[in-house]
Every structure is written in C-alpha cells, then in structure tokens.
Ligand binder design. Sequence first.
Ligand SMILES: [Fe+2]
Length: 399
Amino acid sequence: MRRARFYLLVLSLTLLPQVLAARHLVGFLRAQDDPRLHALGWTVPGLLFALNVPMAFEIAGRKRKALLPPALAAVLQTGWTAWWLGSVLYAVVLGIFSLGAALVWLVQPGPRAELPLWLALAPFALSFYGAVFGARALQREKVTVPVAGLPPQFRGLRIVQLSDLHSGRHVTAARLRRIARRAARLQPDVLVVTGDIVHNSIAFARQAAEAIGSIPSRLGAYACLGNHDFWAGADEVERALEAAGVQVLRNRGVLLRKDGAGLWLCGVDDPWSDRLDLDAALRDRPEGAATVLLSHQPNTWPLAQAAGVHLQLSGHTHGGQLAMLWLHRSLSLARLITPFVAGLYRAGESYLYVNRGAGSVMPLARIGARPEVTELTLVSAGDPAGVSAAEVALAWRPA
Ligand SMILES: [Fe+2]
C-alpha cells in the first residue's frame, strides 16, 4: 500500500502541469473564430482531466482483477498516458522556451516570442507514440559475448534473454503470448528471464509463467527474481514458474552440460530483498568453469566481477523508458539509479548485459528505449567475432 500511496502522490503532483496544459488548451480553443471550438474549449480539457479518476482507482485498487474489459482499459490507459506524460513534457518544453525567450528579450527588448503551435503539440504527439507504439513494439537485439575459458562445445551457444515482463493488468496474457512467440522464433539453446516477472500481484504470475514455459529451448528455461516479484510474493512467483517448467535460480546454480563439457549458470535473488547470496550461487561451481550469472539489478556486477563471473545478465532499468539511447546511453532516466543503463559493458574479462525489458511500468510509455528481446551468442575470448563484440562494448571502470 505504501507504493500505491507514493504513486498517488506523484499523480497529484502532476496535476499541476495538467492544469497548465488544460488552461492553455482552453485559451487556444477560445481564441479561435469557430463557435464549435469554443464549446470544445471546456469539454476537451475536462474530459482529459476526468481520466485521472479511473487512473487513481487503478492505482489504489491495484491488486484486484481487471474491472474493465481489456480493450476499454487499454483505450483509457493510452489516452491518460498520452495526456499525462504529454502535459509533463509540455511544462518542460514551455519552461525551456520561456527561459530562452526571456534571455532574448533581455538582449533585444520587444514583443516576447510565443510558443509555436507545433512545439506545443509535439510533447503530446511524442507521448501518444510512446504509449501506442514505443511501449509495445518489441525490438530484437543481437549480441556476441566473448567468454574466457568457454569450452569448445559451448561456442556459439545462443541464450535468449527476456526481462521485466511486469505481468499484470496492463501486460496481459495476450501480450505475454506475443512476447513468448517472438522469443520462440529465435530458437534458443537456453532461455533466461531476469526478474520482474509480475508487476505487483501474484494473481498474474501464472499467465507469465505459462507464456515463458511455452518457449521451447534445448537446454532449458531459467529465471531469477526481481524487486517486483519480491513485493508481490517471491515464493508464489517461484512456484508458478517451476510448475510451468522454468527453473528459478534463487542463490543457486546448475551445470549446463553439452558433450561432456560444463557451463555454470546461476542466479541470485534481488539485492533489495536482502536475500542476495552470490557465494551460495557459486558454491558448487566446478573449478575454472565459465560462469553466467542471472541478477535482476545490474548494480551487482562489481560483486560478480570480484567473484570471477564471466557474464552477468540483468534487467531492471527498462533503459529508463524515457531516454535518448540512440544518442548516448547515459541520456536516460535510468542513469539516476545506475551507471549500467542498457546494453553490453566490459571490465577486463567480465561482461554485463543489461536488457531494457519487455514490459513497462507507469507511465506505460517508452520513448527512445524500446522493449527488448535479446539473442546472446557466446564465443571464446580469442574468436574474431568475440573481438568485434569487445570493441562495441564500452569498457567500464569504477569512478
Ligand atoms: Fe522492472
């Protein structure tokens, strides 16, 4: 309930930019000559405002099953997200523009410049895009990772990674099945899911587990749990996954075997649960075995490096959801919580891959950080393909 209160507080604070945007919209419509636009001047902002009411109920009653038919819920959610996020971005754009206009006015006094209509509409168009397309269109990422000491039998092993499904009222069973079909098309040798299987209720664990369990993989499906899974009920999420044939690696590992060789695949509990135990996950690792670790949060990577983990697979960041990863991966809201936002990182012989996740959290929009399914191919550290991967991975050193 504490988190629901936090979200309600955020919702109330963001009423301010909504008031600002609505006031300007009313002013704009009433300034037009057409009397029909005058009438719209009061009804449209009122309706947009009214969308906050079902959203507040949505947040407060988050553990219940869906109250509305999925199609209507999706329309309301998309409309609210475009309006809510659009008005926040509009306030930012207006603030920057007004500051610029004031500076120009100081240098050259005269009539103040007004925000052009296209610039006023751009935040709403961008938010609409982010809610309708940006949060839904899964992007496949293909990554080659050099692993020191990888046995020849495992060279070319393909790991398909999903993360942050956030199964819930907004990431529905149908959407999870679509994500699963996309991952299945990649024909994984090993399937891994790096936490946040459910969003906030165990009521939605089974639909996620069934979707994950439906993806065929040659050497099995494995998962670790994320902070949202612990908030909802880690043991229940684990049981649902295991029932669907997905092995949940909670501070433990398994030796993947292929033609007499072994690869240690292990997982740890989310660090915020206070149950993370990397030593336990590595306890039965054969001496010198190449090691892949599933850890929901990328911030555990320095620990993993010290423990001789060759590759850590993580999620958690969602790439920030609002970002400009195409320009630079530090230009992301996720940079506020971690230096490891998205993609491949290298430190010596250890690699970290951060998946942007397939689901989303509120606001259910993504701009510049599309949802992702990842296909990782392991090669030995000396392979020419591995060298090119090392070149694209940005080396990271602690500050
Ligand atoms: Fe997440």
